[in-house]
Design a protein around this ligand. Structure first.
Ligand SMILES: Cc1cc2nc3c(=O)[nH]c(=O)nc-3n(C[C@H](O)[C@H](O)[C@H](O)COP(=O)(O)OP(=O)(O)OC[C@H]3O[C@@H](n4cnc5c(N)ncnc54)[C@H](O)[C@@H]3O)c2cc1C
Length: 346
């Protein structure tokens, strides 16, 4: 029997646990299906705000070998349209999240969070407040927090709404340090080529349509870039579009991607995941579910706006005007908007 059981030791799950400890709740168990260090399909870019959110929880990002990346270029249909002076986007040498997640995991353990690794939830009896784990154990809880991502066990309690697909391939290369953001490669998403310290990471996003052959689209993108890499190593994952139910049964919470706390337009999810964990922990500690519901309601308003932006931004006419007219004539203003809004500085 635990006061709080958390499913998933990603950023949202561990942020919930760390915040619970801050509030004096220590009777917590985190259940994680993988063992750390574990791979999570993610580019791991963090903005200044995400960096601060981690630092507020006690994680020194500089220790995870993160640094400010070079200025980036925006391209439309492979033609360079804008150069942006980067002031807030950080990455690590491997352009992934392995070290960041592992450091966060070790910090949580050092602060007293108990994590059961290599074990997953296999059944949930919501009426009896009980879960069954893959090791055969049955555990009772007072509060259950699902932090198991977009398509985890908890997705059975949510509407199967629209999702973004994001793919990435990382390989060794001698491409000089640069970050290029491409538009016009997928229908409603962007692509990136990021090179840093002998590693290149190529990725792309799109609003998911089952009929589209994403592997072929990715292969064509690599070909157009004149890059050679083994496409069999391509990794992909979904991110949610729009927020989901934050609480069911009064004591079962959803945080991070599991509640849809990921920006539908930029796919930036780390900061929103950490924040959802913070508010969920407060709601549990103060026994006021409405604290969490209010936070998710605010997020819903913000993301509804981003959903409209997602529709408008990727219209052919908007892309054409934006990249052929605005970038040429009002380049500085577009760069400012990008810096302040698009990459979620605000
Ligand atoms: C290709 C790609 C690139 C991205 N790039 C960025 C980026 O650069 N910056 C950014 O901010 N966001 C990015 N995102 C979004 C970001 O990855 C997510 O929003 C973020 O990982 C959400 O954190 P989370 O803790 O909710 O879920 P996750 O990080 O997915 O963690 C969920 C955890 O739950 C565990 N789990 C799942 N099922 C079970 C189960 N049944 N039992 C036990 N444990 C379980 C998983 O193993 C995992 O450890 C990207 C996403 C993708 C797909």
């Amino acid at each position: 029997m635990y006061k709080v059981v958390i499913i998933g030791a990603g950023p949202a799950g561990l942020a919930t646990a760390l915040n619970l400890i801050k509030h004096g709740v220590t009777d917590i168990l985190v259940v994680e299906k993988h063992t750390f260090p574990r791979y999570k399909c993610c580019a791991g870019y963090i903005t200044a705000k995400t960096k601060k959110a981690y630092e507020d929880l006690g994680l020194n990002i500089d220790d995870c070998h993160y640094s400010l990346i070079k200025d980036f270029k925006i391209l439309y249909k492979f033609k360079s349209r804008l150069k942006i002076v980067n002031k807030f986007l950080y990455t690590n040498r491997y352009i992934d999240r392995v070290e960041l997640d592992d450091s966060f995991f070790r910090l949580a353990k050092a602060k007293g969070v108990t994590v059961l690794e290599g074990v997953k939830i296999t059944a949930h009896n919501i009426d009896k407040n009980r879960i069954t784990l893959s090791d055969g154990n049955e555990i009772e809880y007072e509060n259950l927090v699902f932090a198991d991502g977009t398509c985890g066990f908890s997705s059975r309690y949510q509407k199967n709404g629209k999702r973004n697909i994001a793919m990435q391939l990382t390989f060794e290369s001698d491409v000089p340090e640069a970050i290029d953001i491409h538009f016009g490669v997928t229908k409603r998403g962007y692509a990136w080529v990021s090179s840093y310290g002998g590693i290149t990471n190529v990725g792309m996003t799109d609003v998911y349509k089952s009929a589209r052959d994403y592997k072929a689209i990715f292969g064509k993108f690599l070909q157009d870039l004149n890059l050679t890499a083994n496409i069999d190593n391509l990794k992909s994952a979904f991110t949610p579009i729009g927020v989901r139910k934050p609480v069911i049964n009064g004591n079962v919470f959803f945080v991070g991607d599991a509640v849809g706390a990921c920006d539908p337009l930029t796919l930036s999810g780390l900061r929103y995941g950490l924040k959802s964990g913070e508010f969920c922990a407060r709601a549990i500690a103060e026994n006021k579910v409405k604290i969490y519901k209010r936070h998710i309601r605010k997020l819903k308003t913000k993301f509804n706006f981003m959903k409209v932006m997602l529709k408008v931004f990727y219209l052919k006419s908007t892309l054409f005007l934006g990249f052929n007219l605005f970038c040429r004539c009002f380049g500085k203003s577009v760069a400012k908007i990008f810096n302040n809004f698009f990459v979620n500085k605000k």
